[in-house]
Design a protein around this ligand. Sequence first.
Ligand code: S3P
Length: 168
Amino acid sequence: MKKNLVLIGFMGTGKSSIARILSQKLGSPVISTDALIEKREGKKIAEIFRQSGEPHFRFMEHKVVLEAASNQGSVIDCGGGVVLNPENMKALKKNGVLIHLRCAPKEILRRIKLQPNRPLLDVADPLAKINELLRQRQEHYAQADFTIDTTDGDLEKAAQIIITRVSL
Ligand code: S3P
């Protein structure tokens, strides 16, 4: 059974871009949990948070994670909060290599500003919020098989390191 490559990590760490590069290099399909949720709900993530609240979003997220995890040989691009539910982690680990992408908080902030639409960071002091969430999530992200730092923005290199590590 061919394992899935599961990308976890905070918002702005490069999960979606690296998923696309891995998909091209390996010829594997990409499954994005956020894209699946948006398709199911017919709404953007920010709209779902605004209209239905975070608990509903997490409920939808859990459903799509279980579906995504049942695939083989896919690259799974997980929303940053997927790791918060232990059932999600259990399902993803069953047939997947979990790869954690990390990035310095200030660089996360810079990237998020270029690409807004992150409802959890739509607050007065986003850097403080990034640090707070990172602290809360650290132990969850640490459950990955390995971690890659993307602060330098060289996502091609990060993808290459991942391919080398998983084919060892
Ligand atoms: C979230 C991350 C987002 C998206 C939602 C919540 C989080 O995905 O799922 O806004 O809780 O960290 P990205 O990590 O792809 O930005």
